[in-house]
Ligand binder design. Structure first.
Ligand code: SF4
Length: 281
């Protein structure tokens, strides 16, 4: 019988080495949209070859392990400290076996103890809703794409962005334009409208768990997702910033209530290596 640690270890290996089917299919479609022999097409072809090799050899998709983040829901009275222990043991084992690069570093001393476990690693978010069984989603969030995340406080005079949908739109386009291909596109742009500074980033990053094509239930926001995807892809930034038609595979937007004094728009970016996996028990 596999222990919880074994199952989380398997989840980590799968997530690190295999790209989800919907992301892979979006990349294939993006490749076909680019002109033959263009730098953009060549880049996406290399990405797709890399995906095939990683999956075939069970090797990590990218050298950057990324931030190890679990999103879990569980039955009432579930033993959450034991889950953390199991997750930490699984991460240490996956790191020893090379499925995760030794990536977790103390920002003060620069020390890397080679385990990927420490303050803030892994991050575990528990859903407030009680579920009948344990359900765990894992996101490995690359640092390059994390670096180009932006948070705006509206109104923003520089962008001529007010506290409305058009103001949100201007922020998202500004974030992608300023990134100029840093963060390894084509990937996913994820946005939280509202919340505070901390919840804005947490909520926008949680949207990376959504599958390509999943629209927000709120029609105005669903329309904005589609409109922004088209506008981002008209910027010409392209794969790895080398120019091209496809800069983003998808745009996801979520909304949180705000206080009257604040109107934050938080934009998170995910690279092509959108590594997410799921464990149901
Ligand atoms: S941003 Fe993504 S693809 Fe680029 S190096 Fe980091 S994890 Fe890899």
């Amino acid at each position: 019988m596999k222990t919880l640690t074994d199952k989380i270890f398997d989840l980590i290996c799968r997530t690190s080495c295999e790209i989800p089917a919907d992301i892979q299919s979006a990349l294939k479609k993006a490749c076909l949209k680019e002109a033959k022999n263009s730098p953009a097409r060549q880049q996406i072809e290399i990405i797709l070859r890399n995906i095939g090799i990683a999956s075939g050899k069970t090797q990590p998709l990218c050298q950057d392990t990324g931030a190890i983040t679990f999103y879990a829901s569980c039955p009432r009275n579930y033993d959450k400290p034991s889950f953390r222990k199991a997750a930490e043991s699984a991460i240490i084992r996956a790191t020893e076996k090379g499925y995760l690069r030794k990536n977790s570093v103390c920002p003060i001393s620069g020390r890397n103890d080679g385990t990927n476990v420490g303050p803030g690693s892994p991050m575990i978010y528990w859903d407030e809703k009680v579920s009948k069984k344990l359900n765990v989603k894992l996101l490995l969030k690359g640092g390059g794409s994390e670096n180009v995340g932006m948070q705006y406080s509206l109104p923003d005079d520089n962008l001529d962005a007010g506290r409305d949908i058009d103001g949100v739109r201007r922020c998202v386009l500004d974030a992608v334009f300023r990134a100029q291909g840093k963060g390894c596109p084509p990937g996913i742009i994820s946005v939280c409208i509202g919340g505070d500074r901390a919840s804005g980033y947490a909520e926008s990053k949680k949207q990376f768990l959504r599958k390509i094509g999943e629209r927000n239930n709120y029609p105005v926001i669903a329309e904005l997702e589609k409109k922004l995807l088209a506008e981002i892809n008209s910027l010409g930034i392209g794969a790895m910033g080398l120019g091209g038609k496809i800069t983003a595979l998808e745009v996801f937007i979520s909304v949180l209530n705000r206080v009257p004094a604040s109107y934050f728009v938080t934009v998170s970016q995910m690279c092509w290596a959108c590594r997410r996996g799921e464990l149901k028990m």
